[in-house]
Ligand binder design. Structure first.
Ligand SMILES: [Ca+2]
Ligand SMILES: [Ca+2]
Ligand SMILES: [Ca+2]
Ligand SMILES: [Ca+2]
Length: 269
């Protein structure tokens, strides 16, 4: 009897230790991803455990605690590194209308699965970060769709900014052309889709690591979940010939410029 109880206690201790570990240890795979890259979140097994990004190489979500002093801050102005804030992803979520926790979440039972984010008092400026390598590439372009998937009565001004950096010690640089002042509609509407195509500045070409991120902020009032879907990153090959050869042959060695699909094309996917 005594031994049985001890064994049971040991099992319980081990079990609770294990669950404590799985709750507190955030896992990730920050490997920079090569181009072209496509992520539409349709593989619903990539994210299956809370705060575990290890199944989605290159991607990471941060809750952005205390990155803003108050609600309603324009996320374009939030350029500080959020990597010191808690890693965030609520896995296997079903209903954006009723999930009140802020941060990032995977909604994998929607007809069109997606990873989304939402600000809150705690999640001051949640962000989705993507690590890329652009070795041998130039003219880096990123396409994505922001989706209002939140059909609750809330009608927030849900601004989404898109930023990049090539030096992990630096602050992020905002890309104004990609700014969505309000990616949501409401109340009780979950239909708005905002397609965006952003051409990254030329200093992102031919780099071992380029980080891009989508960032929103806690808005005034109750926030709405905004999905970041159908992410596509492409680049043109750098001219294959070395500079000396290029100067001999002029422009003829230039790689063909791949045309980027228009927002309309993206929206028809
Ligand atoms: Ca999707
Ligand atoms: Ca999942
Ligand atoms: Ca909405
Ligand atoms: Ca709010």
């Amino acid at each position: 009897m005594f031994h049985q109880n001890t064994a049971m206690k040991t099992k319980l201790v081990v079990a609770s230790l294990f669950s404590a570990l799985t709750v507190t240890v955030a896992r990730a795979d920050g490997t920079p991803q090569e181009l072209p890259l496509v992520q539409d979140w349709s593989a619903t097994n990539l994210i299956s455990t809370e705060n575990d990004w290890s199944g989605v190489p290159g991607f990471m979500g941060y809750r952005g605690d205390k990155l803003v002093p108050k609600p309603g801050v324009n996320p374009q102005t939030v350029t500080a590194d959020g990597a010191g804030t808690p890693v965030s992803i609520l896995a296997n979520q079903k209903n954006p209308n009723t999930l009140r926790t802020g941060g990032l979440a995977e909604f994998d039972t929607l007809a069109d699965p997606v990873v989304a984010f939402k600000g809150s008092a705690t999640a001051g400026a949640p962000s989705l970060v993507l690590n890329l390598t652009t070795n041998g590439k130039k003219n880096i372009a990123v396409g994505y769709k922001l989706r209002d998937i939140d059909g609750a009565v809330n009608n927030a001004v849900q601004a989404v900014a898109f930023q990049y950096r090539v030096n992990t010690n630096a602050t992020y640089t905002d890309i104004p052309s990609a700014f969505a002042p309000d990616a949501s509609t409401g109340p009780s509407l979950a239909t708005l889709m905002t397609p965006i195509v952003a051409l990254l500045p030329s200093d992102t070409g031919d780099q071992p690591l380029v980080q891009v991120r989508w960032i929103t902020t806690n808005s005034d009032g109750n926030d709405e979940w905004i999905g970041i879907d159908d992410i596509t990153v492409i680049g043109d090959a750098l001219a294959g010939a070395p500079a000396a050869a290029a100067s001999v042959h002029g422009d003829t060695n230039r790689a063909p410029v791949k045309s980027l699909r228009s927002p309309r094309d993206l929206s028809n996917q």
